[in-house]
Design a protein around this ligand. Structure first.
Ligand code: ARG
Length: 464
């Protein structure tokens, strides 16, 4: 960042006698972070200039100079030859000042029928539109990886949990598909937010619109916006499209954090359900034997900053009177931080999952412990005509008996079973095997392999 000794002329300098204090320039500048919007700023200005010429507000020759000048500036920025100056506050004034320096009076006509208020809203929408589309694609890739792993492990049985206690056997594929379902809703939340992001604010000017004969629909068409905003005050005042993105991001990270938490648990010696790849774990500087799931922990941890960014924007906006207020410049860092965090997380998570080994024997063994198929006995009794509440009571007594006698459901003799209910026959032993228990859960959305396969194929169809 250049801080020119020679003061740069400010585009708004006309009514000022004294020069801005250095401390104020530092405090108010945004170019150190909003320069990331440069491409969108140029794209927006190019469309604006074309519209001004089409409407006869500026000459065709001036528009051509502006468009070419902006293109050259874009090339300079892209190649790292452009120096942004703090004194020129933000990316918009930096680019405009460079344009005027390059092409003179034609450049001075670009800001006709425009304000930085609608300009910054435009840049943010263009930026967020591209990022939202990209994030949708990344979520889709993650869903596909989960589906692949689910398909490859379609017969692996694991314990399903409630209250973090073993509850009933489920398929690993079913458990993983639960995350795929959450992620698919996340993907759709972003897709839905995109409809409200993809609205053109330019032409709202400072807040009131303009007396000049602009054509907003034409600018919308050039920039690929589906709609033109209806109210100039609203267009420069609100950042709900940013907040909506941040809230979809917070929900997404909440889901990812839960998955990360399970991977941390599952990779522990205590669970031993998975082995994370060496490439996606780190060691300890003191304990040589350690292999730590730091990537998963950071996914869990970074969820906190993504929530924070949402709360920060909600707080920035909550007391603002209409229309634009400079507070709104504070929208950028939280948004950029969330975008960066999502992109990094969504890139690494599918790679890590693909390299994770599932310890299927350990999972299956755990699924067969802790009376996990007791509910199957109750349902067996229901099929024999016993009321569910009685079936529950009888099964509870069987479990109690097993605990007292140090037996499992498998090792309890048929005569003992029969003592609890005359309806229990030898076929009970087949029913209480975890694989049989899972296979029997053929209800729509249940954990049987047939049902999970259908679930996978429906989700595949939905996202392709
Ligand atoms: N840098 C400003 C922002 O990000 C651009 C808009 C400034 N408008 C103004 N009237 N000062 O919000």
């Amino acid at each position: 960042m250049k801080n020119n000794k020679k003061a740069a002329k400010k585009p708004w300098g006309g009514r000022f006698k004294e020069k801005t204090a250095g401390s104020v320039e530092k405090y108010t500048e945004s170019v150190s972070f909003d320069q990331r919007l440069w491409k969108h700023d140029i794209e927006g200005s190019t469309a604006h200039a074309k519209m001004l010429a089409k409407q006869g507000i500026i000459s065709k020759a001036d528009a051509e100079k502006i468009v070419n000048g902006l293109q050259e500036i874009g090339r300079e920025i892209d190649e790292g030859r452009f120096s942004f100056s703090e004194e020129l506050e933000d990316v918009h004034m930096n680019i405009e000042a460079a344009l005027i320096k390059r092409i003179g009076s034609a450049g001075a006509r670009l800001h006709t029928a425009r304000s930085r208020n609608d300009q910054v809203a435009l840049d943010m929408r263009l930026y967020l539109r591209a990022e939202t589309e990209r994030i949708g694609g990344l979520i889709k890739s993650l869903e596909l990886v989960l589906m692949d792993i689910a398909e490859k492990n379609i017969s692996v049985v694991m314990p399903g949990y409630t209250h973090m206690q073993r509850a009933q056997p489920v398929l690993l594929a079913h458990h993983l598909m639960a995350y795929a379902q959450m992620l698919d809703r996340d993907r759709l939340r972003f897709a839905d937010a995109l409809k409200r992001i993809n609205v053109l604010p330019l032409g709202s000017c400072a807040l009131a619109g303009t007396s000049l004969p602009i054509d907003r629909a034409y600018v919308a068409e050039l920039l690929g916006f589906e709609n033109v905003s209806e109210n100039s005050i609203d267009s420069v005042s609100d950042r709900d499209f940013v907040i909506e993105f941040l809230s979809a991001a917070a929900i997404l990270m909440m889901h990812i954090s839960r998955l990360a938490e399970e991977l941390v648990l599952w990779s522990s010696e205590e669970f031993s359900f998975i082995a994370l790849s060496d490439a996606f774990t780190t060691g300890s500087s003191i304990m040589p034997q350690k292999k730590n799931p730091d990537v998963c922990e950071l996914m869990r941890g970074k969820t906190g900053r993504v929530y924070g960014n949402l709360v920060s924007m909600l707080t920035v906006m909550k007391g603002l009177p209409l229309a634009y207020n400079r507070d709104m410049q504070e929208d950028k860092e939280p948004l950029f931080d969330t975008v960066d965090t999502l992109r990094a997380t969504l890139k690494i998570l599918p790679e890590m999952l693909q390299k994770t080994e599932f310890n299927t024997l350990e999972m299956a063994a755990s699924a067969d412990a802790a009376f996990s198929t007791a509910t199957d006995i109750a349902e067996y009794l229901v099929q024999k005509g016993v009321a569910f509440r009685s079936a529950h009571e009888i099964t509870g007594k069987i479990v109690r008996h097993c605990i007292d006698k140090g037996k499992t459901l498998h090792s309890l003799a048929i005569a003992d079973y029969a003592a609890f209910s005359k309806h229990i026959g030898k076929d009970i032993y087949d029913r209480i095997k975890p694989a049989a228990s899972v296979a029997a859960k053929a209800s729509y959305g249940g954990t049987s392999a047939a049902s999970v396969k259908e679930q996978i194929s429906r989700l595949r169809k939905k996202i392709i």
